[in-house]
Every structure is written in structure tokens, then in C-alpha cells.
Design a protein around this ligand. Structure first.
Ligand code: HEC
Length: 509
């Protein structure tokens, strides 16, 4: 029974965490005073400002306008508004040192005196930048009640001098090599940002938890990041086992993620610098239709994993809507598909199986696939497919500016990386850039909600390594399409045949 109660309490605690902080009416009234300078009674609150004690409405100088809505103060400036944490002001013994003043712990009464008369517990005068507020007993009580909760009322992961980010990168298993590449890029880019002074006075700190071998271990790792490590946002995790639940978990906890989105998930919390597989496939289809006029030939969409069924079906419908008359989705089987055009969904090894089968049955249909899935097998594609394989690439070296190319090769040299896993490298690189740009825009007084708004407002982001990235209220993928590249054997030698342009839903653009 005791155990049951404990579990129940834990569940309750977890659900408050998900829904945000619950405040009592008094605390809420205090929050309004703190943020807006408005009293819950109808009376206007005033404040005396400057050395001349000029009387103004408190709504002109609410506490949050100087101390920050999060109470964490400012990163720079003359006389700094200090951090208003109950912990620092009231709890514990010993002298506090701030702005050249030294004073013992505040009590509720001496705190009220600081706010109303501008003196600290040692009797030192506060700098006159700090206004003196004219508060009723009720207003002061509410404000004090809220100051006690202020630290709980800000998003996790935000501290005075640090901002904590989380990622999930496995040390073992099929993705370990990719995870090492992503870790190297994230570490490098974050270190660069920190060397430039961090963002608004905060250093970025990255916490990696290993997602382990399966869905259950990956969910535990995510819970650990959100609840124990208290990260503010996630960046470039590699944990496909989480795909079915990731969007929902992030939405519940209101945590933003910058990195690759699970296929077909369009979560408002997830910002992906690179295009989704679906948009990349449509770029291939547009090319196949516009340049090769394949829309009337027998076409198969072959998928290697059951999990790709819905993506395959979606493509089937999109092709039909674009006037493809003989298109069908089917799983990769022992039988080579009998068609003149094949769109392939699956990993590199399955792609080799497909080309083997086709070769044995002496068929050489046009093949379409995304580079992010199959590029590691390209050197082994049989010669029959010379210039008959078409790949979608989110970017090509032609997109790289001189500065982007140089920065990328310097990073590779520092981190001991080569050109392999280029798409992953550029994806993680862009994720850090987007996060940095958005956080700079948000300002010091940050929240997850503001970060999401700022990410949403990023337009024409120049990365030096990709076409410009664009986001918007309903737009969570920085690129909405891909370049189309054909491959000549032997080699392989790559020839871009269609440049990136955003695909239009419903028809050939
Ligand atoms: C116009 C900017 C401004 C506004 C508005 C403002 N403060 Fe301040 N506050 C300051 C500055 C600057 C200091 C530091 C003064 C010093 O150290 O001499 C300060 C100091 C304080 C201190 C003393 C902290 C310490 O460590 O001794 C408290 C408490 C405080 N403010 C609370 C509030 C509250 C509560 C409100 C809203 C009712 C508020 N402040 C509104 C700028 C402001």
C-alpha cells in the first residue's frame, strides 16, 4: 500500500512536470506583479525611480524588465540586477557579496524593505537604479510568495551561467560509428560558440545519454535527460527506436528538438535542418516525371522495412495524384520487381540485395533512392545502372561557400573526421547553428516557448554548406526538397542533374 501511494505520488509529480508549474492564487497574483507590475486588486501600483524619486506606475518598471522573467538577472551592463533566487537571498547563513555590498541573509521583512525602501539587511542603500515600490500588504505578500517559487517557474536547463542541452548517442551497435561523427561535430561547434563567449552570458553544456539497444532503453535515456539531467532542449539525437513515441514525449514535456525528425512526423517541437525522406523522394519523382517522362511506365515503390510501409503508401498516393498511372508499393521480397522504374526505401545493404536480384533476372529499371540511405553502397552498384541510378542529396558541394568549405575542413582536421558521413556532419553542424542563431535572437530571458518561436522565425539562414534554410509557423524542415544526382559507373562519378528547389505538394512545380 505504501508502495502504491509512493508510485501514485511519483506519477503525480511527473504529470505536473509535464503540464508546467501549478501556482496558488497568491503566487499567481505575485507573478503578475513581478512580470507586469499590476496588482490583483484594482489599485494601481507605483514605484519611485532614480535618485530623484520620481513616481511612475510599476507597470512601466516591472521586476522582470530588469531581473528577467526568470529572475536570473542580466549578463552584462553597469550595476547588475542580481539573481533573485530565494535560495541565494534567504536560505543559509553567511554574508552575501553583490555589487560591492555585503549583507547577511534576507528575511521576509528585510526583503520587503529592500523592495519598498531600497535597503539591504545590512542597511546598505541599493543603487537607485533599483526602484522603490509602493506596495500594499497584500501585494507584498503575493510578491514574496511568488519569489519563493520563481526558480521552479522557469524552464529546466537554464542557469545563470550555463544552458544545458541533451542528446542521445549510442556507443555500441549499428549506429555507433555515426554517433561518434555526430558527437565530434556537436562538441566542436559547441566549443566554438563557447569560445566566442557563449550566448547571452551562458556557456552551452551538452549532456549525452546512451540510448542503449532497444526502444525501452531509449525511452529510459530520454526520461533521464528530461527529468534528472533537466535539459533545456535536445540536439541531434540518434535513437531511431524512439521514433514512434518521440513527438508525443517532446510535446508533453514541451521540449524543443533540433535535429533529424522521425519519418513523416511533423511535430511542432522538432526542427530539422535537412529535408525529410518524403520531400527528397518527391524531388526524385519530379525529376523522373519532368526529365525522364516516366509517369506512364510500370513503377514500383519497394520498401525494405515494415516501418517504411506508410512512407511508401504516401509516395504512392502522391505519385498517383501527379498522374502516375501504374505505380504500386510493395515490400522487398525474393522476387525482383518487374517494372521500368523503382523507388527504393531502405538501408544500403537492402539496396544491394535489390540490385543483385534485378541483375539476376536481367532487368535494369531506373532506380531512385535517397543518398542518406544508400550512399555507402554506391561503389558496388553494377555497371548496368550507369546513369540509371538517381539519388536525392540535401546538398551538393556546389552549395558550399569558400568560407563554409574552409570551416568544415578545419573542423574535420580538429576532430579527425574525413568526408564520410557528410550528410550527418552537415546535419549536426546546421543544428548547432540554428540553435545558436535562435538563442541569440531570444535574448537572455530565454524559455523553451521563446526558442520555438525564434526557430520558427528563421528565414534564409546561410550555413555555407547547404541551400538557405527556411522555417515558419507550419514549417519544421529547413529544406523542402533535394538535388538530384545521377551516378556513372564504373567510378562512381556523380553528375548533378537537377538542382534543389522546394517541392510543391500536389503537382510538378
Ligand atoms: C529598473 C531596473 C529594476 C527593476 C524594475 C527592479 N529592480 Fe531590483 N534591482 C535592480 C538593480 C540594478 C539592483 C542591484 C542594486 C544594488 O546592488 O545596489 C536590484 C536589487 C534588487 C534586490 C536586492 C538583491 C540583493 O542581493 O541585495 C532585490 C531583492 C530586488 N532588486 C527585487 C526586485 C523586485 C521584487 C522588483 C519588482 C517589484 C525589482 N527588483 C525591480 C534593478 C531593478
Amino acid at each position: 500500500m505504501a508502495l502504491r501511494t509512493a508510485t501514485l505520488l511519483l506519477m503525480l509529480a511527473a504529470s505536473t512536470l509535464a503540464l508546467g508549474l501549478e501556482l496558488t492564487p497568491a503566487e499567481l497574483a505575485g507573478k503578475r506583479l513581478f512580470r507586469e507590475g499590476l496588482s490583483s486588486s484594482d489599485a494601481q501600483v507605483s514605484a519611485r525611480v532614480g535618485a530623484a524619486d520620481m513616481l511612475v506606475p510599476a507597470s512601466v518598471v516591472p521586476c522582470a524588465s530588469c531581473h528577467g522573467a526568470d529572475g536570473l538577472g542580466r549578463a552584462e551592463g553597469g550595476v547588475r540586477p542580481p539573481v533573485l533566487s530565494w535560495q541565494r537571498l534567504v536560505v543559509g547563513q553567511g554574508l552575501r557579496q553583490i555589487n560591492g555590498r555585503s549583507y547577511p541573509a534576507y528575511t521576509e521583512a528585510s526583503l520587503a524593505r529592500a523592495i519598498q525602501e531600497g535597503r539591504d539587511p545590512a542597511g546598505n542603500r541599493l543603487d537607485p537604479i533599483m526602484p522603490r515600490f509602493v506596495l500594499s500588504t497584500a501585494d507584498q505578500r503575493n510578491l514574496t510568495a511568488y519569489l519563493k517559487r520563481l526558480a521552479d517557474d522557469r524552464d529546466p536547463g537554464l542557469e545563470e551561467h550555463t544552458l544545458r542541452l541533451g542528446t542521445l548517442l549510442p556507443a555500441e551497435g549499428a549506429l555507433a560509428a555515426s554517433a561518434r561523427v555526430v558527437a565530434a561535430v556537436l562538441d566542436d561547434r559547441i566549443a566554438q560558440l563557447n569560445q566566442q563567449g557563449g550566448i547571452h552570458g551562458r556557456q552551452l553544456q551538452l549532456i549525452n545519454v546512451d540510448p542503449g539497444p532497444d526502444a525501452a532503453s531509449a525511452e529510459r535515456a530520454l526520461t533521464q535527460l528530461l527529468e534528472q539531467e533537466q535539459v533545456f532542449a535536445l540536439i541531434s539525437p540518434l535513437a531511431p527506436a524512439l521514433d514512434p513515441v518521440l513527438a508525443q514525449r517532446l510535446e508533453q514535456a514541451r521540449v524543443p528538438l533540433i535535429g533529424a525528425a522521425p519519418t513523416l512526423s511533423r511535430s511542432p517541437q522538432i526542427f530539422d535542418p535537412l529535408p525529410g525522406l518524403d520531400d527528397q523522394l518527391l524531388s526524385l519523382a519530379d525529376y523522373a516525371q519532368g526529365a525522364l517522362t516516366l509517369q506512364q511506365v510500370d513503377t514500383r515503390i519497394v520498401y525494405a522495412e515494415p516501418a517504411q510501409l506508410s512512407l511508401a503508401q504516401q509516395l504512392e498516393q502522391q505519385l498517383q495524384r501527379r498522374g502516375w498511372s501504374k505505380v504500386k508499393a510493395e515490400p522487398l521480397s525474393e522476387q525482383a520487381p518487374d517494372a521500368q522504374a523503382v523507388f527504393f526505401l531502405g538501408q544500403a545493404e537492402a539496396f544491394s540485395r535489390l540490385t543483385d536480384q534485378l541483375q539476376q533476372s536481367q532487368r535494369a529499371p531506373y532506380l531512385f533512392a535517397t543518398a542518406s540511405q544508400v550512399s555507402s553502397q554506391l561503389p558496388w552498384v553494377p555497371e548496368a545502372w550507369s546513369r540509371r541510378v538517381f539519388l536525392a542529396y540535401p546538398f551538393v558541394p556546389g552549395d558550399w561557400t569558400a568560407a563554409g568549405r574552409e570551416a568544415l575542413s578545419e573542423m574535420r582536421a580538429r576532430q579527425g573526421l574525413d568526408g564520410r558521413q557528410g550528410v550527418l556532419q552537415v546535419g549536426a553542424w546546421c543544428a548547432v547553428q540554428l540553435l545558436g542563431d535562435a538563442l541569440k535572437q531570444v535574448g537572455r530571458d530565454a524559455s523553451r516557448e521563446k526558442l520555438i518561436q525564434a526557430l520558427e522565425s528563421l528565414h534564409d539562414v546561410q550555413t555555407g554548406l547547404t541551400p538557405p534554410l527556411n522555417f515558419g509557423p507550419g514549417r519544421r524542415q529547413g529544406l523542402a526538397g533535394a538535388h538530384v544526382v545521377t551516378v556513372e559507373m564504373p567510378g562512381p562519378v556523380f553528375y548533378p542533374v537537377a538542382v534543389y528547389r522546394p517541392v510543391a505538394e500536389g503537382g510538378t512545380p
